[in-house]
Structure formats: C-alpha cells, structure tokens
Design a binder for this molecule. Structure first.
Ligand code: SAH
Length: 354
C-alpha cells in the first residue's frame, strides 16, 4: 500500500493519517464516506477548500470510466475503467429482479493460465490495490446512479493470488460509513488455491466461495487449468469442506462447458460421483456455456446439451443450473474488453512508430 493511498485505509488508519497531516480527526469520517461514494473533491462541500485541494492533488485515485456498453435488454452494463498508471480493468453491472450485482476485477491480467480464458493470455501485469477494487464499486455505482447490492469477484484476475489486498478490500467494503455491503452478499470466485482457501476460511469474512472446477478428474482438469498440476482435486475438495465447516457458507462449483472436452454424459456422471464422495456437503454446480475466445480454438456446446448435462446432474441428486448468460451482446465476459483495448493500443503504437 502506498503511504498516501487513502481509499485503501481503514477509518482508524485514515484518522491517523489526517491528524498527522494537520487535519482535525473528525474530518477523517467525512472524507471516508465521500471517497467510498466515489465523490469528486469539488463535491465534498462540507470540507474546507484546502483539504479538497489536497485530495485532488494526490492520494485519492478513483478509477476513471473509459467506456460503458449497455446491453439491449438494459440488464447489463459493462465498464472499462482506467487506473492511475493507465492500466485498465473491467467491471460488469447486472440488474436482476432480486437486486443489482457488480462483477469486479482483482488483478490486471492473470497468471493462472486457464486454457479457455481471455484474461490470462498475456499474463499478469500487477495486483489491484484495495482502493482500486473499492474504486470500481464506487465509480460504477455512482455512474449508474444505482446502489450495488451484491459483489462478485469474478472479473479479471485470481483474487486469492492477491490475498492481502483482497481481504483488506472485503473489510473496507463492509464498513458502515463506506459502502456498507454485507459480506454475505459477496462471492469470491477462485480457480482453487488450496492454502489460501483454508486461510480465508479462518479470516472471519463470511463470503460465498464459488470454486472453478471445470473437470471431474485431475487428468482432465490439468489439461484446462495449470493450477491443477499444483493442487489435486482431493486436496481441493478437502479445502472446500474445511471452508464450509469454518464459515457455514455453502460452497458452489463453476463448471464451464467446453464442447468435446468436459460436456459428455460420462463427465456429468464423474462430476456427480466426485461431489458425492469427496465434497459430501450439499453444493451447487453452476454450469456456464463457454464464452468463445478465438485464439483458443475451444468451442461452446449448444444450450440443449448444457440443459441435458444439468438434467443428468440433478437426476443423480447433484444440484445444478445453467447460468443465464448476461451481456452476450457486449463482450460480456472474461477479460475480452480489456484484451480488445490492449490490441487497439498496440495497433496505435505500431501506427505511430511507422
Ligand atoms: N480467477 C477466478 C475468478 C475469475 S474467472 C476463477 O478462476 O474462478 C471467473 C469464472 O469465469 C471462472 O469460473 C472461470 O473459469 C470462468 N471463465 C473464464 N474464462 C471463461 C470463458 N471464456 N468462458 C466461460 N467461462 C470462463
């Protein structure tokens, strides 16, 4: 954390920081609530001009919205946000009947290397700071003029590969003078970093944990996810049971259906058997239709096949649903927007070099 990264500070840290900068302690509470709402310094009308100037000139780094795309049905808005160093990340706002959720990024790029994913193709550039995750929520919520009810950490990056910043972000998110989002309304999706899952289980942060499984055997999983070479499915299942035992939060599994790779009836049977034997607690499987990323050559099965897969799982007593795909008409998923922008930038650079 940078010394003056005020949006990453807890209320107590911010108070100390403000006092050491010669401000009255009560100012810290005012500043905290303004910045977590994504206000611009000139709008902070209860603060003296000198303090507003200080905020404007350093330390307060709201991500800037570069583009916003709205799906035709009005349910989804996808944002490309620029960070202080010009890197960018994506966030997607989804309006459901039961409330509004925001899917945010946890890293610039990703080093997990999953075969089907766009975000990992160019590796990881850097971790996001807590302020840059809070900033995504504050900036989007402000732009949309909507309160965000639920947070899903399922955008670019592997959140448990940025453990300290992500757990600090979760605590900040929960602050009553800030965004005040209950951690039960937060889902943290992981590709399955076993030691970090166990560590998270002991943090006292009751977030829901979707685990990306995508295959029922180690052999198949290793083909799709390099992380499976490091942690076996057995050890992952043990960590998931531990998570449930410690937090009481139900674990769910993400399973992206990829044509000819993991979408056969044997795969469904293998998955149901695995969860019955190894997970043992009730769990839910979210089936996702692959969002095709051209360079990977991987294809999505059709909806009917996905529905059959879900039916088989349910028939074997394993709860499963096919996730409705939101935002399909706006590159709605998985790092595709950032990739497109990176490509544009590269093209621009080449152009100017010539
Ligand atoms: N790194 C975390 C969170 C980000 S990915 C994780 O792995 O869970 C969020 C989800 O989207 C994961 O389940 C991931 O496997 C899935 N995903 C990534 N690329 C995808 C694609 N092209 N199509 C469908 N799902 C994808």
């Amino acid at each position: 954390m940078n010394d003056n990264d005020i949006m990453s500070m807890t209320p107590a840290e911010l108070r100390e920081y403000m006092v050491s900068a010669g401000e009255a302690p009560y100012r810290a509470g005012q500043v905290f609530s303004w910045i977590h709402r994504g206000a611009f310094p000139e709008e902070m009308t209860n603060l003296p001009g000198s303090l507003r100037e200080k905020l404007a000139s350093g330390g307060y780094r709201m991500p800037r919205i570069l583009t916003r795309q709205d799906s035709k049905d009005g349910e989804t808005s996808k944002y490309l946000l620029s960070l202080i160093d010009g890197e960018c990340v994506e966030a997607v706002l989804m309006r459901h009947d039961y409330g509004t959720s925001l899917c945010i990024s946890s890293q610039v790029g990703c080093r997990m290397g999953c075969a089907f994913c766009a975000s990992t193709r160019a590796g990881r550039v850097r971790d996001l700071l807590p302020s840059e995750m809070i900033g995504q929520v504050a900036a989007v919520s402000r732009d949309a003029g909507e309160r965000v009810d639920k947070i899903v950490i399922m955008g670019i990056g592997e959140p448990l590969d940025n453990y300290d910043n992500v757990t600090r972000f979760l605590r900040l998110l929960n602050e009553k003078d800030g965004l005040g989002i209950g951690l039960r309304n937060v889902s943290l999706s992981t590709c399955g970093l076993v030691p970090e899952i166990k560590k998270l289980a002991r943090e006292g942060l009751p977030v829901t944990l979707p685990v990306s499984l995508h295959a029922f055997s180690d052999e198949k999983r290793r083909e799709l996810m390099p992380v499976a070479r490091k942690y076996s499915i057995d050890s992952l299942m043990e960590a998931c049971r531990y998570y449930f035992e410690q937090t009481g939060r139900r674990v769910s599994f993400e399973y992206t259906l990829i044509s000819g790779k993991n979408d056969s009836p044997e795969d469904a049977r293998g998955l149901a058997a695995l969860l019955k034997e190894k997970m043992r607690y009730p769990s839910h499987v979210n089936l996702i239709l692959l969002n095709e990323v051209k360079e990977t050559g991987l294809r999505r099965p059709d909806r009917a096949r996905a529905a059959r897969f879900a039916k088989m799982l349910n028939g074997m007593g394993q709860n499963a649903t096919v996730r409705r795909s939101l935002g399909g008409d706006i590159d709605g998923a998985c790092g595709q927007l950032r990739r497109a922008r990176e490509a544009d930038r590269a093209a621009e650079e080449n152009f100017t070099k010539e």
